[in-house]
Design a protein around this ligand. Structure first.
Ligand SMILES: C[S@@+](CC[C@H](N)C(=O)[O-])C[C@H]1O[C@@H](n2cnc3c(N)ncnc32)[C@H](O)[C@@H]1O
Length: 228
């Protein structure tokens, strides 16, 4: 899979993309991730990428031409069919695990990070982009949001992590994951649940299922209501 990220701040990405599971997935050639500085497509002496909003109001808006030219010159010229373009936006559709699975099945994905008050709507419309939000809060820029999406997607690419770990994770089967325990068996007077030491696989599976259901009912009843 190839992921192209368009941003005004490419330097933010490298430490995250080089570390841990993402870094290993890149080294092993399971995913190629490239960042592109939108400012390189800005024109004029000052390479301006933003301007005041039409209609007035506070803040600056990212101009459409540098974004559209950047995405078109890097991606659509060489790729057939053109890959989906995703714009990170607080007012986008909520990003969730099914969406992460959908993106992980693609051979290419394009992410565009906004900044300031956001980006000129015509850039979104011309690129036919899908706007997505990583949660009901406002970030300074789309960079952290894009890294969240990249991380959630890349770990679902076959071979990146153990398939078994994914199958039992939160949001699979509309349940949050059960609690985990590891050594030592006793810590500050707290013992691990005895069933986990029983070696009885069916009982352990049933206990985990109960804890997962209990936790989901308490913290995320909306997920349980979504179950078939
Ligand atoms: C300060 S925000 C703009 C917020 C915008 N004026 C609004 O009220 O919806 C700047 C950029 O951060 C990114 N951003 C902020 N919150 C986000 C969220 N919850 N999910 C995804 N991207 C977000 C977007 O790329 C956005 O263009």
């Amino acid at each position: 899979m190839r992921i192209d990220v368009f941003t005004l701040f490419p330097a933010i990405f490298e430490p995250v993309l080089a570390a841990s599971i993402l870094g290993r997935a890149r080294t092993r050639g399971l995913v190629g991730i490239e960042t592109h500085d939108i400012r390189e497509w800005a024109t004029g002496r000052h390479r301006t990428v933003d301007d005041t909003p039409y209609g007035g109001g506070a803040g600056m808006v990212m101009m459409a031409p540098p974004i559209v030219h950047a995405v078109e010159s890097v991606v659509t010229a060489s790729d057939e069919p053109s890959p989906p373009v995703v714009v990170l936006s607080a007012s986008g559709r909520p990003f969730d695990q099914p969406m992460a699975r959908r993106f992980a099945a693609l051979s290419q994905l394009v992410l565009v990070c906004g900044h300031y008050e956001g980006i000129d709507q015509r850039a979104v419309d011309i690129l036919g982009a899908e706007e997505i939000s990583i949660g009901d809060y406002v970030l300074t820029g789309g960079e952290l949001a894009a890294m969240v999406v990249v991380d959630a997607v890349v770990r679902l690419i076959p071979g990146v992590i153990d398939e078994g770990s994914i199958a039992e994770e939160s949001f699979e089967d509309e349940l949050l994951e059960y609690p985990h325990y590891t050594r030592p068996a006793s810590f500050r007077g707290r013992e691990i649940p005895p069933v986990l030491l029983s070696g009885h696989h069916a009982n352990i599976a049933a206990w985990r299922r109960e804890r997962a259901t209990e936790r989901t009912a308490e913290r995320r009843p909306d997920l349980l209501r979504r179950r078939p």
